[in-house]
Design a binder for this molecule. Structure first.
Ligand code: GDP
Ligand code: MG
Length: 598
Protein backbone atom coordinates (compact mmCIF):
# COMPACT_ATOMS: atom_id res chain seq x y z
CA UNK A 1 0.00 0.00 0.00
CA UNK A 2 1.29 3.44 -0.92
CA UNK A 3 2.17 5.48 2.10
CA UNK A 4 -0.20 8.33 1.25
CA UNK A 5 -3.17 5.99 1.74
CA UNK A 6 -2.10 4.67 5.12
CA UNK A 7 -3.28 6.07 8.44
CA UNK A 8 -1.85 4.78 11.71
CA UNK A 9 -3.79 5.85 14.76
CA UNK A 10 -4.75 4.83 18.26
CA UNK A 11 -7.48 5.55 20.75
CA UNK A 12 -6.64 7.08 24.09
CA UNK A 13 -9.06 7.54 26.93
CA UNK A 14 -9.56 7.32 30.65
CA UNK A 15 -10.76 3.90 31.78
CA UNK A 16 -14.46 3.26 31.01
CA UNK A 17 -14.85 6.21 28.68
CA UNK A 18 -15.59 3.82 25.83
CA UNK A 19 -12.36 3.06 24.02
CA UNK A 20 -13.03 -0.64 23.45
CA UNK A 21 -16.64 -0.11 22.46
CA UNK A 22 -15.61 2.53 19.97
CA UNK A 23 -12.89 0.28 18.55
CA UNK A 24 -15.49 -2.45 18.02
CA UNK A 25 -17.74 -0.05 16.16
CA UNK A 26 -14.89 1.00 13.89
CA UNK A 27 -14.11 -2.64 13.06
CA UNK A 28 -17.75 -3.33 12.41
CA UNK A 29 -18.33 -0.34 10.22
CA UNK A 30 -15.26 -1.09 8.08
CA UNK A 31 -16.45 -4.72 7.88
CA UNK A 32 -13.14 -5.85 9.29
CA UNK A 33 -15.02 -8.52 11.13
CA UNK A 34 -18.48 -9.73 10.35
CA UNK A 35 -21.10 -9.01 12.96
CA UNK A 36 -21.61 -12.68 13.50
CA UNK A 37 -17.95 -13.31 14.33
CA UNK A 38 -17.93 -10.36 16.53
CA UNK A 39 -17.13 -11.31 20.03
CA UNK A 40 -17.82 -8.62 22.52
CA UNK A 41 -14.94 -6.19 22.39
CA UNK A 42 -12.62 -8.08 20.17
CA UNK A 43 -9.54 -6.03 20.91
CA UNK A 44 -9.42 -6.93 24.56
CA UNK A 45 -8.56 -10.52 23.92
CA UNK A 46 -7.52 -11.81 27.32
CA UNK A 47 -10.60 -13.03 29.18
CA UNK A 48 -9.43 -11.24 32.21
CA UNK A 49 -9.25 -7.95 30.38
CA UNK A 50 -12.79 -8.33 29.21
CA UNK A 51 -13.92 -9.10 32.70
CA UNK A 52 -12.20 -6.16 34.26
CA UNK A 53 -13.03 -3.97 31.31
CA UNK A 54 -9.49 -2.79 30.91
CA UNK A 55 -7.05 -3.28 28.12
CA UNK A 56 -3.77 -4.73 29.17
CA UNK A 57 -2.18 -6.14 26.06
CA UNK A 58 -2.46 -4.17 22.90
CA UNK A 59 -3.71 -5.96 19.83
CA UNK A 60 -3.53 -3.90 16.67
CA UNK A 61 -5.86 -4.31 13.72
CA UNK A 62 -5.79 -3.37 10.05
CA UNK A 63 -8.97 -1.98 8.48
CA UNK A 64 -9.77 -1.14 4.88
CA UNK A 65 -11.89 1.93 4.42
CA UNK A 66 -13.26 3.55 1.30
CA UNK A 67 -13.47 7.24 2.07
CA UNK A 68 -15.86 9.83 0.68
CA UNK A 69 -13.13 10.83 -1.81
CA UNK A 70 -13.67 7.40 -3.36
CA UNK A 71 -10.22 6.10 -2.51
CA UNK A 72 -9.40 3.09 -0.45
CA UNK A 73 -7.33 3.64 2.68
CA UNK A 74 -5.66 1.31 5.13
CA UNK A 75 -6.35 2.32 8.70
CA UNK A 76 -4.18 0.67 11.31
CA UNK A 77 -5.75 0.92 14.72
CA UNK A 78 -3.31 0.33 17.53
CA UNK A 79 -5.03 -0.14 20.85
CA UNK A 80 -3.14 1.12 23.88
CA UNK A 81 -3.13 -0.45 27.34
CA UNK A 82 -5.52 1.48 29.50
CA UNK A 83 -3.70 1.61 32.80
CA UNK A 84 -0.95 3.68 34.35
CA UNK A 85 1.13 0.61 35.16
CA UNK A 86 1.80 0.31 31.45
CA UNK A 87 2.83 3.90 30.76
CA UNK A 88 5.91 2.96 28.79
CA UNK A 89 3.98 0.49 26.63
CA UNK A 90 1.42 3.22 25.99
CA UNK A 91 4.15 5.58 24.89
CA UNK A 92 5.58 2.98 22.47
CA UNK A 93 2.22 2.26 20.90
CA UNK A 94 1.71 5.99 20.49
CA UNK A 95 5.11 6.19 18.82
CA UNK A 96 3.85 3.75 16.20
CA UNK A 97 1.10 6.20 15.16
CA UNK A 98 0.64 9.58 13.53
CA UNK A 99 -2.70 10.35 15.15
CA UNK A 100 -4.85 9.65 18.19
CA UNK A 101 -8.55 9.74 18.93
CA UNK A 102 -8.94 11.26 22.37
CA UNK A 103 -12.16 9.80 23.75
CA UNK A 104 -13.84 11.62 26.61
CA UNK A 105 -17.02 10.48 28.33
CA UNK A 106 -19.71 13.14 27.92
CA UNK A 107 -20.98 12.54 31.45
CA UNK A 108 -17.60 12.39 33.21
CA UNK A 109 -15.42 14.91 31.44
CA UNK A 110 -11.65 15.01 31.50
CA UNK A 111 -10.13 12.59 34.00
CA UNK A 112 -6.59 12.01 35.23
CA UNK A 113 -5.68 9.50 32.56
CA UNK A 114 -7.33 11.51 29.79
CA UNK A 115 -4.82 14.19 30.53
CA UNK A 116 -1.83 11.91 31.07
CA UNK A 117 -2.50 10.11 27.79
CA UNK A 118 -3.19 13.33 25.90
CA UNK A 119 0.11 14.81 27.10
CA UNK A 120 1.93 11.70 26.01
CA UNK A 121 0.34 11.96 22.57
CA UNK A 122 1.32 15.63 22.34
CA UNK A 123 4.90 14.69 23.28
CA UNK A 124 4.95 12.18 20.44
CA UNK A 125 3.79 14.89 18.06
CA UNK A 126 0.53 13.12 17.19
CA UNK A 127 -2.47 14.76 15.59
CA UNK A 128 -5.12 14.54 18.27
CA UNK A 129 -8.80 14.29 17.35
CA UNK A 130 -11.14 14.87 20.28
CA UNK A 131 -14.22 12.64 20.43
CA UNK A 132 -16.97 13.09 22.99
CA UNK A 133 -18.57 9.73 23.61
CA UNK A 134 -21.80 8.55 25.28
CA UNK A 135 -23.87 11.47 24.03
CA UNK A 136 -26.85 9.11 24.12
CA UNK A 137 -26.93 9.34 27.90
CA UNK A 138 -29.44 11.81 29.34
CA UNK A 139 -26.85 13.08 31.80
CA UNK A 140 -24.33 13.90 29.07
CA UNK A 141 -23.03 17.45 29.02
CA UNK A 142 -21.10 17.80 25.75
CA UNK A 143 -20.85 21.62 25.91
CA UNK A 144 -19.35 21.45 29.35
CA UNK A 145 -16.92 18.69 28.37
CA UNK A 146 -15.84 20.62 25.26
CA UNK A 147 -14.91 23.57 27.45
CA UNK A 148 -12.98 21.24 29.75
CA UNK A 149 -11.02 19.74 26.87
CA UNK A 150 -10.14 23.22 25.66
CA UNK A 151 -9.25 24.62 29.08
CA UNK A 152 -7.64 21.64 30.77
CA UNK A 153 -6.08 19.67 27.93
CA UNK A 154 -5.54 22.73 25.77
CA UNK A 155 -6.92 21.20 22.57
CA UNK A 156 -8.89 23.06 19.98
CA UNK A 157 -12.42 21.61 19.85
CA UNK A 158 -13.71 23.35 16.72
CA UNK A 159 -14.00 20.00 15.00
CA UNK A 160 -14.90 17.86 17.94
CA UNK A 161 -16.91 14.75 17.08
CA UNK A 162 -19.95 13.90 19.14
CA UNK A 163 -20.38 10.15 19.29
CA UNK A 164 -22.19 7.29 20.88
CA UNK A 165 -20.14 4.15 20.52
CA UNK A 166 -23.05 2.26 21.99
CA UNK A 167 -25.57 3.40 19.38
CA UNK A 168 -23.08 3.73 16.53
CA UNK A 169 -23.46 7.51 16.24
CA UNK A 170 -20.57 9.55 14.84
CA UNK A 171 -18.62 6.52 13.65
CA UNK A 172 -18.51 7.59 9.99
CA UNK A 173 -17.43 11.07 11.02
CA UNK A 174 -14.58 9.57 12.97
CA UNK A 175 -13.37 7.46 10.04
CA UNK A 176 -13.55 10.43 7.67
CA UNK A 177 -11.75 12.67 10.12
CA UNK A 178 -8.97 10.12 10.56
CA UNK A 179 -8.42 9.99 6.80
CA UNK A 180 -8.56 13.76 6.50
CA UNK A 181 -6.58 14.89 9.55
CA UNK A 182 -4.15 12.17 10.55
CA UNK A 183 -0.99 12.63 8.49
CA UNK A 184 0.11 9.82 6.19
CA UNK A 185 3.30 8.18 7.47
CA UNK A 186 6.58 9.58 6.22
CA UNK A 187 9.68 7.43 5.94
CA UNK A 188 11.98 6.29 3.18
CA UNK A 189 11.29 2.84 1.81
CA UNK A 190 14.70 2.63 0.16
CA UNK A 191 16.65 3.59 3.31
CA UNK A 192 18.15 0.95 5.66
CA UNK A 193 15.49 -0.84 7.71
CA UNK A 194 14.32 0.72 10.97
CA UNK A 195 11.27 -0.89 12.57
CA UNK A 196 10.11 -0.26 16.12
CA UNK A 197 8.80 -3.08 18.29
CA UNK A 198 5.76 -1.83 20.16
CA UNK A 199 4.82 -5.17 21.68
CA UNK A 200 5.68 -8.83 21.52
CA UNK A 201 3.71 -11.95 22.36
CA UNK A 202 4.48 -15.62 22.63
CA UNK A 203 2.54 -18.00 20.43
CA UNK A 204 2.69 -21.78 20.86
CA UNK A 205 3.02 -22.37 17.13
CA UNK A 206 4.95 -19.40 15.82
CA UNK A 207 7.11 -18.66 18.87
CA UNK A 208 7.72 -14.99 19.63
CA UNK A 209 5.77 -12.55 17.48
CA UNK A 210 6.97 -8.96 17.43
CA UNK A 211 4.46 -6.23 16.63
CA UNK A 212 6.27 -3.63 14.59
CA UNK A 213 5.89 -0.28 12.93
CA UNK A 214 8.23 0.03 9.97
CA UNK A 215 9.65 3.55 10.00
CA UNK A 216 12.19 3.26 7.17
CA UNK A 217 13.11 0.56 4.69
CA UNK A 218 11.46 -2.82 4.17
CA UNK A 219 11.29 -6.15 5.94
CA UNK A 220 10.52 -9.51 4.31
CA UNK A 221 11.04 -13.23 4.92
CA UNK A 222 14.57 -14.47 4.32
CA UNK A 223 16.17 -11.22 5.43
CA UNK A 224 18.58 -11.32 8.38
CA UNK A 225 17.64 -8.78 11.00
CA UNK A 226 19.34 -7.37 14.05
CA UNK A 227 17.75 -6.13 17.29
CA UNK A 228 19.72 -2.98 17.98
CA UNK A 229 19.38 -2.83 21.78
CA UNK A 230 19.96 -6.50 22.53
CA UNK A 231 22.29 -7.25 19.60
CA UNK A 232 20.39 -10.42 18.66
CA UNK A 233 20.60 -11.50 15.00
CA UNK A 234 17.86 -13.66 13.45
CA UNK A 235 16.50 -14.69 10.06
CA UNK A 236 12.99 -13.43 9.28
CA UNK A 237 10.59 -16.33 8.86
CA UNK A 238 7.32 -14.54 8.36
CA UNK A 239 5.89 -11.05 8.19
CA UNK A 240 2.23 -10.16 8.14
CA UNK A 241 -0.64 -7.92 9.14
CA UNK A 242 -3.43 -8.00 11.73
CA UNK A 243 -6.86 -8.78 10.34
CA UNK A 244 -7.41 -9.33 13.47
CA UNK A 245 -5.51 -12.57 13.69
CA UNK A 246 -2.21 -13.03 11.89
CA UNK A 247 -2.26 -12.88 8.09
CA UNK A 248 1.12 -13.42 6.40
CA UNK A 249 2.18 -11.09 3.56
CA UNK A 250 5.24 -10.66 1.30
CA UNK A 251 6.68 -7.55 2.80
CA UNK A 252 6.15 -4.68 5.23
CA UNK A 253 7.46 -1.31 4.06
CA UNK A 254 7.97 2.10 5.71
CA UNK A 255 4.71 3.41 7.14
CA UNK A 256 3.16 -0.03 7.60
CA UNK A 257 2.21 -1.81 10.79
CA UNK A 258 2.41 -5.57 11.19
CA UNK A 259 4.26 -8.43 12.79
CA UNK A 260 7.45 -10.36 12.31
CA UNK A 261 8.30 -13.94 13.32
CA UNK A 262 11.98 -14.76 13.46
CA UNK A 263 12.73 -17.84 15.49
CA UNK A 264 13.21 -15.98 18.77
CA UNK A 265 12.63 -18.16 21.79
CA UNK A 266 11.55 -15.73 24.50
CA UNK A 267 9.97 -12.29 24.51
CA UNK A 268 12.83 -11.18 26.75
CA UNK A 269 14.88 -11.02 23.53
CA UNK A 270 12.37 -8.73 21.85
CA UNK A 271 12.09 -5.66 24.04
CA UNK A 272 9.30 -3.20 23.52
CA UNK A 273 10.84 -0.05 22.09
CA UNK A 274 13.82 -1.81 20.48
CA UNK A 275 14.65 -1.11 16.83
CA UNK A 276 14.94 -3.88 14.25
CA UNK A 277 17.37 -3.22 11.41
CA UNK A 278 18.88 -5.15 8.52
CA UNK A 279 21.98 -7.02 9.64
CA UNK A 280 23.74 -6.61 6.27
CA UNK A 281 22.78 -2.98 5.80
CA UNK A 282 22.16 -1.61 9.30
CA UNK A 283 20.70 1.81 10.05
CA UNK A 284 23.13 4.35 11.48
CA UNK A 285 21.18 4.65 14.72
CA UNK A 286 18.20 3.12 16.51
CA UNK A 287 14.86 4.93 16.73
CA UNK A 288 14.59 7.16 19.81
CA UNK A 289 12.82 6.36 23.06
CA UNK A 290 14.04 2.89 23.94
CA UNK A 291 14.25 1.98 27.58
CA UNK A 292 14.10 -1.20 29.54
CA UNK A 293 11.17 -1.39 31.93
CA UNK A 294 11.95 -2.26 35.51
CA UNK A 295 9.59 -3.81 38.04
CA UNK A 296 8.90 -1.54 41.00
CA UNK A 297 6.38 -3.55 43.01
CA UNK A 298 7.32 -6.93 44.47
CA UNK A 299 5.59 -9.72 46.31
CA UNK A 300 6.02 -13.38 47.15
CA UNK A 301 4.04 -16.09 45.35
CA UNK A 302 3.82 -19.45 47.12
CA UNK A 303 2.00 -22.63 46.12
CA UNK A 304 -0.93 -23.51 48.37
CA UNK A 305 0.20 -27.13 48.39
CA UNK A 306 3.92 -27.43 48.87
CA UNK A 307 4.15 -30.20 46.28
CA UNK A 308 2.96 -27.75 43.64
CA UNK A 309 6.19 -25.78 43.71
CA UNK A 310 7.48 -27.13 40.35
CA UNK A 311 4.09 -26.41 38.80
CA UNK A 312 4.23 -22.81 39.99
CA UNK A 313 7.74 -22.39 38.61
CA UNK A 314 6.61 -23.80 35.28
CA UNK A 315 3.65 -21.46 35.13
CA UNK A 316 5.80 -18.44 35.98
CA UNK A 317 8.22 -19.37 33.24
CA UNK A 318 5.40 -19.60 30.72
CA UNK A 319 3.87 -16.35 31.89
CA UNK A 320 7.14 -14.49 31.47
CA UNK A 321 7.43 -15.92 27.96
CA UNK A 322 4.55 -13.62 27.19
CA UNK A 323 5.32 -10.77 29.53
CA UNK A 324 8.98 -10.02 29.92
CA UNK A 325 8.32 -7.17 32.37
CA UNK A 326 7.66 -9.71 35.13
CA UNK A 327 10.68 -11.13 36.89
CA UNK A 328 10.94 -13.80 39.54
CA UNK A 329 13.48 -15.60 41.67
CA UNK A 330 13.17 -18.38 44.24
CA UNK A 331 12.82 -17.47 47.90
CA UNK A 332 11.89 -19.27 51.07
CA UNK A 333 9.68 -18.12 53.88
CA UNK A 334 9.43 -19.41 57.43
CA UNK A 335 5.69 -19.58 57.16
CA UNK A 336 5.10 -20.44 53.53
CA UNK A 337 8.02 -22.63 52.54
CA UNK A 338 9.41 -22.49 49.01
CA UNK A 339 8.12 -19.89 46.61
CA UNK A 340 9.13 -16.99 44.41
CA UNK A 341 9.78 -13.31 44.81
CA UNK A 342 8.18 -11.64 41.79
CA UNK A 343 8.52 -8.12 40.43
CA UNK A 344 5.82 -6.14 38.59
CA UNK A 345 5.30 -2.77 36.96
CA UNK A 346 2.55 -1.86 39.39
CA UNK A 347 -0.31 -3.14 41.50
CA UNK A 348 -2.69 -3.91 38.67
CA UNK A 349 0.05 -5.70 36.80
CA UNK A 350 0.57 -7.81 39.92
CA UNK A 351 -3.13 -8.62 40.32
CA UNK A 352 -3.53 -9.49 36.69
CA UNK A 353 -0.50 -11.76 36.72
CA UNK A 354 -1.80 -13.54 39.80
CA UNK A 355 -5.15 -14.09 38.12
CA UNK A 356 -3.54 -15.34 34.94
CA UNK A 357 -1.52 -17.91 36.89
CA UNK A 358 -4.75 -19.15 38.40
CA UNK A 359 -6.81 -19.22 35.26
CA UNK A 360 -4.44 -20.00 32.46
CA UNK A 361 -2.17 -22.35 34.35
CA UNK A 362 -4.45 -23.62 37.08
CA UNK A 363 -2.03 -22.78 39.87
CA UNK A 364 -3.47 -22.03 43.29
CA UNK A 365 -1.17 -19.66 45.09
CA UNK A 366 -0.87 -17.42 48.09
CA UNK A 367 0.56 -13.96 47.62
CA UNK A 368 2.25 -11.87 50.28
CA UNK A 369 1.54 -8.16 50.67
CA UNK A 370 3.37 -6.09 48.04
CA UNK A 371 6.53 -4.19 48.85
CA UNK A 372 9.08 -1.94 47.16
CA UNK A 373 12.87 -2.09 46.90
CA UNK A 374 15.01 0.31 48.90
CA UNK A 375 18.52 1.51 48.24
CA UNK A 376 20.73 1.63 51.31
CA UNK A 377 23.99 3.56 51.30
CA UNK A 378 26.33 2.31 54.00
CA UNK A 379 28.82 4.42 55.93
CA UNK A 380 31.69 2.68 54.18
CA UNK A 381 30.27 3.76 50.83
CA UNK A 382 28.55 0.52 49.84
CA UNK A 383 25.21 0.39 48.06
CA UNK A 384 22.68 -2.31 48.95
CA UNK A 385 19.48 -3.06 47.08
CA UNK A 386 17.21 -4.09 49.92
CA UNK A 387 14.31 -6.32 48.91
CA UNK A 388 13.39 -7.36 52.42
CA UNK A 389 13.98 -6.05 55.91
CA UNK A 390 16.72 -8.61 56.50
CA UNK A 391 18.73 -7.01 53.68
CA UNK A 392 19.06 -3.86 55.78
CA UNK A 393 22.43 -3.53 57.55
CA UNK A 394 22.69 -2.69 61.25
CA UNK A 395 21.39 0.79 61.96
CA UNK A 396 24.85 2.08 62.89
CA UNK A 397 26.22 1.18 59.46
CA UNK A 398 23.56 3.07 57.50
CA UNK A 399 24.40 6.37 55.90
CA UNK A 400 21.21 6.90 53.94
CA UNK A 401 18.11 5.01 52.85
CA UNK A 402 16.41 5.84 49.54
CA UNK A 403 12.92 4.82 48.55
CA UNK A 404 11.03 4.90 45.24
CA UNK A 405 8.78 7.93 44.84
CA UNK A 406 5.93 8.60 42.45
CA UNK A 407 4.31 11.79 41.27
CA UNK A 408 0.59 11.40 41.53
CA UNK A 409 -2.10 13.62 40.03
CA UNK A 410 -5.57 13.41 41.39
CA UNK A 411 -8.72 14.83 39.81
CA UNK A 412 -11.12 15.50 42.62
CA UNK A 413 -14.48 17.25 43.04
CA UNK A 414 -13.87 20.31 45.22
CA UNK A 415 -15.98 18.98 48.08
CA UNK A 416 -13.45 16.16 48.65
CA UNK A 417 -10.26 18.18 48.34
CA UNK A 418 -9.74 18.41 52.10
CA UNK A 419 -10.07 14.68 52.57
CA UNK A 420 -7.77 13.83 49.70
CA UNK A 421 -5.11 16.25 50.92
CA UNK A 422 -5.29 14.68 54.35
CA UNK A 423 -4.95 11.22 52.82
CA UNK A 424 -1.87 12.30 50.86
CA UNK A 425 -0.32 13.83 53.95
CA UNK A 426 -1.01 10.74 56.03
CA UNK A 427 0.77 8.81 53.32
CA UNK A 428 3.88 11.00 53.67
CA UNK A 429 3.04 12.91 50.52
CA UNK A 430 4.71 16.19 49.56
CA UNK A 431 2.38 18.77 48.12
CA UNK A 432 3.34 19.94 44.64
CA UNK A 433 0.42 21.90 43.23
CA UNK A 434 -3.31 22.42 43.08
CA UNK A 435 -5.28 23.99 40.27
CA UNK A 436 -8.91 24.40 39.41
CA UNK A 437 -10.02 22.57 36.29
CA UNK A 438 -13.52 23.89 36.63
CA UNK A 439 -15.33 25.66 39.46
CA UNK A 440 -16.18 22.29 40.96
CA UNK A 441 -13.11 20.24 40.13
CA UNK A 442 -9.51 20.40 41.22
CA UNK A 443 -6.29 18.76 40.17
CA UNK A 444 -3.98 17.97 43.06
CA UNK A 445 -0.40 16.91 42.51
CA UNK A 446 1.66 15.22 45.21
CA UNK A 447 4.91 13.34 45.45
CA UNK A 448 4.28 10.13 47.31
CA UNK A 449 6.44 7.23 48.48
CA UNK A 450 5.52 4.22 46.35
CA UNK A 451 5.58 2.05 49.49
CA UNK A 452 2.70 4.06 50.95
CA UNK A 453 0.82 4.13 47.68
CA UNK A 454 0.75 0.36 47.28
CA UNK A 455 -0.64 -0.38 50.69
CA UNK A 456 -4.21 0.82 50.45
CA UNK A 457 -4.18 4.18 48.71
CA UNK A 458 -6.69 3.19 46.04
CA UNK A 459 -9.20 1.82 48.52
CA UNK A 460 -8.92 4.80 50.83
CA UNK A 461 -9.23 7.24 47.96
CA UNK A 462 -12.26 5.45 46.65
CA UNK A 463 -14.05 5.32 49.96
CA UNK A 464 -13.27 8.91 50.87
CA UNK A 465 -14.40 10.35 47.55
CA UNK A 466 -17.20 7.87 46.89
CA UNK A 467 -15.39 6.90 43.72
CA UNK A 468 -15.42 10.41 42.26
CA UNK A 469 -11.67 10.87 42.12
CA UNK A 470 -9.39 9.66 39.36
CA UNK A 471 -5.66 9.34 39.48
CA UNK A 472 -2.60 8.93 37.37
CA UNK A 473 0.96 8.47 38.49
CA UNK A 474 4.46 8.21 37.21
CA UNK A 475 7.58 6.87 38.80
CA UNK A 476 10.02 9.72 39.37
CA UNK A 477 12.96 8.05 41.06
CA UNK A 478 14.54 7.34 44.42
CA UNK A 479 14.58 9.81 47.26
CA UNK A 480 16.28 9.77 50.63
CA UNK A 481 13.94 9.24 53.57
CA UNK A 482 14.34 8.62 57.29
CA UNK A 483 13.43 4.96 57.14
CA UNK A 484 14.23 2.38 59.78
CA UNK A 485 13.89 -1.32 60.22
CA UNK A 486 11.65 -2.24 63.09
CA UNK A 487 12.49 -5.64 64.55
CA UNK A 488 10.02 -7.66 66.50
CA UNK A 489 11.51 -9.82 69.24
CA UNK A 490 9.73 -12.80 70.67
CA UNK A 491 11.16 -13.79 74.02
CA UNK A 492 14.28 -11.80 73.20
CA UNK A 493 14.83 -13.35 69.77
CA UNK A 494 14.41 -11.32 66.61
CA UNK A 495 12.03 -13.02 64.22
CA UNK A 496 12.94 -12.04 60.64
CA UNK A 497 9.48 -12.72 59.35
CA UNK A 498 8.02 -10.04 61.60
CA UNK A 499 10.46 -7.19 60.83
CA UNK A 500 9.34 -4.36 58.62
CA UNK A 501 10.57 -1.07 57.17
CA UNK A 502 8.82 2.17 57.97
CA UNK A 503 9.41 5.83 58.53
CA UNK A 504 11.03 6.69 61.85
CA UNK A 505 8.04 8.83 62.81
CA UNK A 506 5.66 5.92 62.55
CA UNK A 507 8.00 3.31 64.03
CA UNK A 508 6.44 3.55 67.48
CA UNK A 509 2.88 3.41 66.26
CA UNK A 510 3.50 0.59 63.79
CA UNK A 511 5.66 -1.26 66.32
CA UNK A 512 2.87 -1.06 68.83
CA UNK A 513 0.34 -2.37 66.34
CA UNK A 514 2.66 -5.25 65.46
CA UNK A 515 3.27 -6.23 69.06
CA UNK A 516 -0.42 -6.04 69.88
CA UNK A 517 -1.27 -8.22 66.88
CA UNK A 518 1.34 -10.80 67.80
CA UNK A 519 0.19 -10.85 71.37
CA UNK A 520 -3.19 -11.96 70.16
CA UNK A 521 -1.78 -14.49 67.73
CA UNK A 522 0.72 -16.21 69.96
CA UNK A 523 -1.00 -18.67 72.27
CA UNK A 524 -0.06 -18.66 75.93
CA UNK A 525 2.93 -20.85 76.66
CA UNK A 526 4.05 -22.47 79.87
CA UNK A 527 6.11 -19.40 80.63
CA UNK A 528 5.65 -15.69 80.16
CA UNK A 529 6.65 -14.48 76.68
CA UNK A 530 7.77 -10.88 76.25
CA UNK A 531 7.12 -9.41 72.80
CA UNK A 532 9.09 -6.34 71.91
CA UNK A 533 9.57 -4.00 68.99
CA UNK A 534 12.95 -2.38 68.57
CA UNK A 535 14.75 0.02 66.28
CA UNK A 536 18.42 -0.89 66.31
CA UNK A 537 19.15 -1.90 69.89
CA UNK A 538 16.51 0.35 71.32
CA UNK A 539 13.29 -1.29 72.49
CA UNK A 540 10.34 0.96 71.71
CA UNK A 541 7.38 -1.26 72.67
CA UNK A 542 6.99 -4.19 75.02
CA UNK A 543 4.10 -6.43 76.01
CA UNK A 544 3.84 -9.86 77.60
CA UNK A 545 1.91 -12.96 76.69
CA UNK A 546 0.91 -14.30 80.09
CA UNK A 547 1.95 -17.81 81.05
CA UNK A 548 -0.90 -20.25 81.08
CA UNK A 549 -1.28 -23.98 80.88
CA UNK A 550 -3.49 -24.49 77.88
CA UNK A 551 -5.82 -27.33 78.68
CA UNK A 552 -8.08 -27.98 75.77
CA UNK A 553 -9.98 -30.66 77.61
CA UNK A 554 -11.08 -28.27 80.31
CA UNK A 555 -13.82 -27.14 77.97
CA UNK A 556 -15.50 -30.49 77.79
CA UNK A 557 -16.50 -31.62 81.18
CA UNK A 558 -19.13 -34.26 80.87
CA UNK A 559 -17.98 -37.49 79.49
CA UNK A 560 -18.17 -37.60 75.71
CA UNK A 561 -14.99 -39.43 74.89
CA UNK A 562 -15.20 -39.05 71.11
CA UNK A 563 -15.45 -35.33 71.43
CA UNK A 564 -12.40 -35.32 73.65
CA UNK A 565 -10.51 -37.34 71.13
CA UNK A 566 -11.42 -34.97 68.34
CA UNK A 567 -10.15 -32.04 70.33
CA UNK A 568 -6.90 -33.80 71.06
CA UNK A 569 -6.52 -34.59 67.36
CA UNK A 570 -7.10 -30.98 66.49
CA UNK A 571 -4.53 -29.85 68.98
CA UNK A 572 -2.00 -32.21 67.51
CA UNK A 573 -2.63 -30.86 64.04
CA UNK A 574 -2.25 -27.35 65.35
CA UNK A 575 1.11 -28.28 66.81
CA UNK A 576 2.34 -29.50 63.45
CA UNK A 577 1.85 -26.07 62.02
CA UNK A 578 3.74 -24.40 64.85
CA UNK A 579 7.10 -22.79 64.22
CA UNK A 580 9.71 -22.52 66.87
CA UNK A 581 11.29 -19.16 67.57
CA UNK A 582 13.74 -19.71 70.37
CA UNK A 583 11.69 -21.74 72.78
CA UNK A 584 8.37 -20.23 71.74
CA UNK A 585 6.00 -22.02 69.37
CA UNK A 586 4.15 -19.73 67.03
CA UNK A 587 1.25 -20.89 64.89
CA UNK A 588 1.54 -20.54 61.16
CA UNK A 589 -1.52 -18.27 61.20
CA UNK A 590 0.53 -15.69 63.05
CA UNK A 591 3.04 -15.56 60.23
CA UNK A 592 0.32 -15.47 57.64
CA UNK A 593 -1.48 -12.66 59.40
CA UNK A 594 1.77 -10.78 59.45
CA UNK A 595 2.48 -11.28 55.79
CA UNK A 596 -1.09 -10.10 55.08
CA UNK A 597 -1.52 -13.04 52.83
CA UNK A 598 -4.86 -13.34 51.11
P1 GDP B 1 -12.85 1.47 27.94
O1 GDP B 1 -12.47 1.15 29.35
O2 GDP B 1 -12.48 2.87 27.58
O3 GDP B 1 -12.38 0.47 26.93
O4 GDP B 1 -14.45 1.49 27.92
P2 GDP B 1 -15.48 0.42 27.38
O5 GDP B 1 -15.55 0.48 25.88
O6 GDP B 1 -15.19 -0.90 27.98
O7 GDP B 1 -16.83 1.03 27.92
C1 GDP B 1 -17.08 1.19 29.30
C2 GDP B 1 -18.59 1.13 29.56
O8 GDP B 1 -19.26 2.21 28.91
C3 GDP B 1 -19.23 -0.14 29.00
O9 GDP B 1 -20.20 -0.55 29.92
C4 GDP B 1 -19.86 0.32 27.69
O10 GDP B 1 -20.97 -0.46 27.35
C5 GDP B 1 -20.26 1.74 28.02
N1 GDP B 1 -20.27 2.61 26.83
C6 GDP B 1 -19.31 2.77 25.91
N2 GDP B 1 -19.67 3.66 24.98
C7 GDP B 1 -20.92 4.07 25.30
C8 GDP B 1 -21.84 5.01 24.72
O11 GDP B 1 -21.61 5.64 23.69
N3 GDP B 1 -23.02 5.18 25.38
C9 GDP B 1 -23.31 4.52 26.52
N4 GDP B 1 -24.49 4.77 27.09
N5 GDP B 1 -22.49 3.64 27.09
C10 GDP B 1 -21.30 3.42 26.49
MG1 MG C 1 -11.23 -1.30 27.11
Amino acid sequence: MEQQYIRNFCIIAHIDHGKSTLADRLLESTSTIGLRDMKQQILDSLDLERERGITIKLVPVKMNYTAKDGREYVLNLIDTPGHVDFGYEVSRSLAACEGALLVVDATQGVEAQTLANAYMAVDQGLEILPVINKIDLPSSRPEYVIREIEDVVGLDCDHVILASAKEGKGIDDILERVVEKVPAPLGDREAPLQAMIFDSVYDNYKGVICYIRVVNGRIRPGQTIRFMATGGVFPVEEVGVFRPGFQPCDELAAGEVGYVVSNIKTVAEAHTGDTITDNGRPAASPLPGYRKVKPVVFCGFYPVERDDYPQLRDALEKLTLNDSSINFEPETSVALGFGFRCGFLGLLHMDVSKERLRREFGVELVATAPNVVYEVVTKDGGLIEAHRPSDFPEIGEIQEVREPVIKISLFVPTEYVGKVMKLCQDKRGTYVSMDYLAPDRVRLVYELPLAEFIIDFHDKLKSQTRGYASLDYEFIGLKAADLVRVDVLVSGEAADAFSFICHRDSAYYRGQAAVRKLKELIPSQLFEVPIQASVGKKVIVRQNVKALRKDVLAKCYGGDITRKRKLLEKQKEGKKRMKQIGKVSIPQEAFLAFLQVE
